[in-house]
Design a protein around this ligand. Structure first.
Ligand code: AHM
Ligand code: MG
Length: 331
């Protein structure tokens, strides 16, 4: 598919059977991602690398670009009239649209810049977003955001890598758009993405091996045993440490991505956040024919209890994820 024959995001959305306001919101989010992409591209030239000297509610150090990306998304979307509220990894509580602004029925949740540890080393990072609907436009509370993943009306991410790629789903497949830096248009470059059901590639932070639970350890041990082991095939390992980039690879050529619960902090259900990391990525992966689980269960049916709730994540090629699920159920 070439640029000249491919629709841009606006044209693509016009052809989708979704509400006009959702199309407008997706265009607005795409515009914010373009702005974040431009900030990321300039980096040290604008003195925006490095720590901001602050921390978020989850005890993580915030980078200057984390805060800048969060501000871009807030500023671009606050007056759109499409939203009732927003929530972010970088904000302690929800952000209801102020009463002097027009309000809409959507809720926008985001990790403004995923892969914080990669910002200063010029490795791929991205923005992850999830869109929910509410009936409480005027008086939104945290409770309105606590919906299981299968209630999302749209989800996606922008990956800031060698190219900026916007990947999204509105429940009719997964589609990828490449940002043309000459005219700042997102051009459809891959539609109806399907994750191969089988894979020989896994992604996990191996330095946590000693902390894993038995089913995860068993699965990875068997992958590493290769042709001589019970899987009868050699596996390859990749770990970028930006979920957005690791999931993009899985969507592009298959694979299994895991950030499982581990014994480092047994009371934490995992590292990644359910509402603005795991849910949107699970929606995309399932729409692309893959699976996404927390171990024994599908992530998309988990009822969230807190805005910043964490979850164990295992997603990607169907047959591999199903095997890890089987190991958890046998436990
Ligand atoms: P972040 O949202 O603060 O960047 O944290 C999430 C990131 C994921 O992108 C990635 O999968 C994981 O943390 C990397 O963790 P680790 O540092 O253990 O490799
Ligand atoms: Mg993140």
């Amino acid at each position: 598919m070439t640029n000249s024959s491919s629709p841009n995001l606006e044209l693509f959305l016009q052809q989708q059977n979704i509400p006009e306001q959702l199309k407008e919101l997706l265009m607005q989010v795409a515009k914010s991602c373009d702005s974040i992409s431009q900030a990321v591209n300039r980096g040290a030239l604008d003195n925006i690398l490095g720590s901001a000297g602050s921390g978020n509610i989850q005890g993580e150090t915030q980078q200057k670009l984390d805060i800048l990306s969060n501000d871009i998304l807030l500023d671009d979307n606050v007056s759109s009239g499409l939203l009732a509220g927003m929530a972010s990894e970088e904000m302690d509580t929800i952000y209801p649209i102020p009463n002097d602004m027009p309000k809409g029925k959507y809720l926008l949740l985001f990790d403004p810049l995923d892969g914080s540890s990669n910002i200063d080393v010029n490795v791929s990072i991205g923005t992850i977003f999830s869109i929910l609907e509410t009936t409480q436009s005027d008086s939104v509370t945290e409770q309105d955001f606590l919906k299981p993943g299968n209630m999302q009306v749209a989800a996606g991410y922008a990956l800031y890598g060698p190219q900026t790629i916007l990947t999204l789903t509105t429940g009719s497949g997964v589609h990828m758009f490449t940002l043309d830096p000459n005219n700042r248009q997102f051009i459809l470059t891959r539609s109806n993405v399907l994750i191969p059901e089988d894979t020989k590639e896994f992604a996990i932070n191996m330095s946590n091996l000693r902390h894993w639970d038995t089913p995860v350890k068993r699965y990875i041990d068997e992958c590493i045993a290769g042709k001589e082991g019970p899987r009868n095939k050699d596996f390859n390992m990749r770990w970028i440490a930006s979920m957005v980039a690791d999931v993009h690879r899985v969507l592009t050529r298959g694979g299994i991505f895991m950030y499982p619960w581990d014994k480092r902090d047994p009371n934490k259900p995992g590292k990644l956040r359910l509402l603005y990391e795991a849910n949107p990525m699970s929606f995309l992966v399932e729409q692309a024919g893959g699976l996404s689980i927390n171990g024994p269960e599908s992530i998309s049916t988990i009822q969230p209890n807190h805005l910043h709730e964490r979850v164990s994540v295992i997603l990607g090629s169907k047959n591999e994820v199903a095997l890890v699920q089987e190991y958890h159920l046998q436990k």
